[in-house]
Design a protein around this ligand. Structure first.
Ligand SMILES: CC(C)(COP(=O)(O)OP(=O)(O)OC[C@H]1O[C@@H](n2cnc3c(N)ncnc32)[C@H](O)[C@@H]1OP(=O)(O)O)[C@@H](O)C(=O)NCCC(=O)NCCS
Length: 145
């Protein structure tokens, strides 16, 4: 059971503070696929792309970026600050997406993320060979409602 100190919220639009925080966190993630400043601005202005944020003591410690279609969601990014990992925060954000099919793709070398998705009942349905800039494959996962 997650501690009460964590507050989760689904939002359509990030305010400037939240957006800048996510831009900073994305830029720091050098070894996994990350979004640029311009991509994040564009996502924030796209009404089909929403966010889940996790706050602790007014600090943003985790987020999930997702595309919503009428019959499925696609997770674009999920991130939890280092010191708050392995507490169930990412799993909780996934569960907040609710009752639709969920799609995503992940770098085949990202074992924490692959384990996270398997633990949350996603299954592998395809692979894109050498999809990422680093030459790694992308694994496509799906969770059915
Ligand atoms: C992947 C990530 C979001 C997981 O967040 P988290 O809040 O720690 O995940 P949870 O606590 O909900 O973990 C659920 C399960 O995921 C798996 N998992 C999480 N971290 C793991 C790790 N470091 N090594 C192996 N498995 C891991 C475990 O099966 C875990 O269950 P358990 O705690 O019972 O063993 C986090 O490590 C992260 O932000 N990584 C950097 C960004 C990233 O790679 N995002 C995914 C690609 S977009």
């Amino acid at each position: 059971m997650l501690k009460k100190q964590f507050k989760f919220e689904i939002i359509d639009y990030l305010n400037d503070k939240e957006l800048n925080e996510i831009i900073k966190l994305e830029l720091k993630q050098k070894n996994i696929s990350n979004y640029s400043h311009d991509q994040l601005l564009e996502m924030n202005n796209n009404s089909s792309i929403n966010f889940i944020k996790c706050m602790s003591n007014n600090k943003l410690i985790g987020y999930l970026i997702f595309f919503k279609s009428y019959d499925f969601y696609e997770i674009y990014k999920i991130y939890v600050n280092n010191e708050y990992r392995k507490l169930g925060i990412a799993s909780e954000m996934i569960s907040l997406l609710g009752n639709k099919d969920i799609l995503l793709e992940v770098d085949s070398s990202n074992l924490p993320a692959i384990n996270l998705y398997k633990k949350n009942n996603f299954y592998e349905y395809s692979t894109r060979k050498r999809y990422y800039k680093n030459g790694n494959d992308a694994i496509l996962f799906k969770k059915e409602r």
